[in-house]
Design a protein. Structure first.
Lengths: 476, 197
């Protein structure tokens, strides 16, 4: 019988397999950041262990870093102490680190791919659940806890039980204006926040094959929001073209050998998945969340659901609590929901294509009165690229704030937060209670919906914008 | 890791589904660089409500959390497990846990027990009606017991063995040094390296 993509990559990394034990897997790439690593380095110190493979380990600063005044000392002493701890740990153990201010600094899941470190058929781990992002390259990539971070630092391996596999097949054409973000939000709403639990998802089908690498990363990024261990997409010419020439991509003969291997990384025709979900791309439309978990979403054209419509008691209770927290009323059109803040950024939608999409919509338009719009590039390099294309000027002229790279308002560990009761349209990945600031209310949206929402002041898609919203840019 | 064999204690019923790790321990607590001192951050936002179950006098000193389905979703923060342990919880019972949270809990000796939703409902009802009711989580027998309820639970033998003996995963793995070295020696040259170019 054939094997799935996930099974092939898994099998290629088994260091040891024994009856009654989890497989011991080799880890090709270990990404570190300041939040989930300090206790792991402490563990190494206490046991007198070293980092086994410094050449497979890299660190960046992202969760705590400010997006303003990055040349000044970090104002919050606790954030500063955590970043200083990472710097000391990396210096003491010899780990390559890209600190705030460095051109390679940025959100860990944006940095890995842009350096060319994330490659097909590799195993990638990080103490961050959105490590699933890297699965877009056909890597087996998953988030781990701090005990496992220490385990990988010390041994470059992890003992793991093999998850089941689920195919998510999306055929057809995504309609105009429907993005990867809408697609993944619709998938999560369909299978639920626990639907992927115990599985590695493989996204496949003609709609996936047409997506750019950055769009594929958006999809795989949110696999964890469906409860999955990881999400993967088989590498193809789009993947190879993205990687070729990047700093850490293989060169010369190594490139040829790598591509030959990468071409074998697809599920065999006779491979059997433990579960399959089929989605019709053509039936999708812009999608937003109304509740407090990423599975509580609906098409933008829909109304806020009535909790009484849920048959399952636990879902009904969850919907009631969510509407109360979100300050929404059952039956209210989602398009009528007014926002205070629009956040564009994060490991989900903070890459250059996301910023270009937003710029194309806000260019010549203005952010609505009373709305604050933050645009935060996913990495310093994404920021530089945006500046070289003049996107920063477009954002600023529209009235948005253009910031430095980091996780920022996705989780509000730095000063970028919602105030209690404030409502955001956010291109990030989690709408949990208080995620973007205590009492803050989050609607997850695509970059395109975020941009249109910023202009109109309520949840909206670019199709809702009329020509009168646009003002001819000066000098054009 | 502290060994877990069997534990008996009073319980806290938490009737909410999808309790995510941002609720268990909000992000601003994650700036700490230790594994302790997280108890005050546990369910911080909900604890501001005096009616929240954890604030009730009769729940003080409880050590077993009986939670709704999909407990521990979201981020990989192990701080969520530390916060529960720092507060005094020894075991969490739910019909479904998020994968990463579950893995983290078992590596720290916080036993996460999966039971059918019907049994979880029965346990919640029991401890809601009688806050003094005790629940026993017996890892040796792989069984949860409370008044009128006995339910077997599954846990893979390897994880159970490590918990029962409080074994450190890294030491176990390092016994396989030869296997690791052998794998490394055969790793293709085209695989990525982080060494600065």
């Amino acid at each position: 019988m054939g094997r799935t993509l996930a099974e092939k990559v898994w099998d290629d990394h088994v260091v040891r397999r024994a009856e009654g034990e989890p497989d011991l897997l080799f880890i090709d790439l270990h990404l570190l950041h300041e939040v989930t690593s300090p206790q792991a380095f402490d563990g190494l110190r206490q046991t007198g262990r070293q980092v086994r493979r410094l050449d497979l380990t890299i660190a960046t600063e992202d969760h705590n870093t400010p997006t303003l005044d990055i040349d000044k000392p970090i104002a919050d002493p606790v954030s500063r102490a955590q970043l200083e701890t990472l710097r000391k740990n990396c210096a003491d153990f010899g780990v390559r680190l890209h600190s705030l201010g460095d051109v390679e600094q940025g959100v860990v899941h944006v940095v890995g791919p842009q350096l060319g470190l994330t490659q097909p058929g590799t195993t990638v781990v990080c103490g961050d659940s959105h490590t699933s992002t890297h699965g877009a390259f056909g890597a087996l990539a998953f988030g781990i806890g701090t005990s496992q971070v220490e385990h990988v630092l010390a041994t470059q391996t992890l003992p793991l039980a093999r998850p089941k596999t689920m195919a998510i097949t999306i055929d057809g054409e995504l309609p105009e204006g429907v993005t990867a973000k809408d697609l993944i939000l619709a998938i999560i709403a369909k299978i639920g926040t626990g639907g992927g639990q115990g599985y590695i998802l493989e996204y496949r089908g003609s709609a996936i094959e047409k997506l750019s690498m950055e769009a594929r990363m958006t999809i795989c990024n949110m696999s964890i929001e469906a409860g999955a261990r990881a999400g993967m997409i088989a590498p193809d010419e789009t993947t190879f073209a993205y990687l070729e020439g990047r700093a850490h991509a293989p060169k010369g003969e190594d490139w040829d050998a790598a591509v030959a291997y990468w071409k074998t990384l697809k599920s065999d025709d006779d491979a059997e998945f433990d579960a399959e979900v089929v989605i019709d791309a053509a039936a999708l439309s812009p999608f937003v969340t109304w509740g407090t978990n990423p599975g509580q979403g609906a098409p933008l054209s829909a109304n806020v659901p009535d909790p009484a419509s849920y048959e399952d008691a636990s879902e009904r209770l969850a919907a009631e609590k969510a509407l109360e927290y979100m300050g929404l009323t059952a039956g209210q059109p989602l398009r009528d929901v007014k926002v205070d803040t629009v956040f564009v950024g994060s490991c989900t939608n903070g890459r250059i294509e996301d910023l270009r999409a937003v710029a194309a919509i806000v260019e010549g338009r203005k952010v609505a009165d009373g709305v604050r719009m933050l645009v935060v590039p996913g990495s310093a390099r994404v920021g530089l690229q945006a500046v070289s294309e003049g996107l920063d000027k477009v954002f600023k002229e529209a009235g948005a704030e253009w910031r430095h790279a980091g996780c920022s308002m996705c989780l509000g560990m730095n000063p970028d937060q919602l105030a209690p009761g404030e409502r955001s349209a956010s291109t990030s990945n989690r709408n949990f209670e208080g995620r973007q600031g205590k009492g803050g209310r989050t609607h997850l949206v695509s970059p395109q919906v975020a941009a249109a929402t910023a202009v109109l002041g309520h949840l909206a898609s670019p199709a809702d914008l009329s020509d009168t919203d646009a003002r001819t840019p000066a000098g054009v | 890791m502290e060994a877990f064999t069997t534990h008996t204690g009073r319980a806290v019923p938490l009737r909410r589904s999808n309790v995510d790790t941002d609720q268990i321990i909000p992000a601003h607590w994650l700036k700490k660089v230790t594994r302790d001192g997280f108890e005050d951050g546990l369910f911080e936002a909900w604890r501001k409500d005096p009616e929240f179950v954890l604030n009730k006098a009769e729940r003080q000193g409880a050590t077993v959390l009986v939670a709704g389905p999909d407990f521990g979703t979201g981020s990989s923060r192990e701080h969520a497990v530390w916060a529960l342990q720092n507060y005094g919880f020894k075991a969490v019972i739910s019909s479904r846990f998020a994968d990463i949270f579950r893995g983290n809990s078992l590596k720290n000796g916080l036993l996460t027990v999966v039971l059918d939703q019907k049994v979880v409902d029965a346990l919640q009802e029991l401890v809601e009606n009688d806050p003094q009711a005790e629940i026993t989580v017996d890892l040796e027998a792989r069984e949860v017991r409370a008044e009128g309820i006995t339910a077997a639970f599954e846990l893979d033998e390897n994880a159970r063995w490590r918990l029962l003996n409080g074994l450190d995963d890294i030491s176990i793995t390092l016994q396989n040094e030869d296997d690791i070295a052998s794998y490394e020696s055969k790793r293709p040259a085209y695989k990525p390296q982080t060494v600065q170019i």
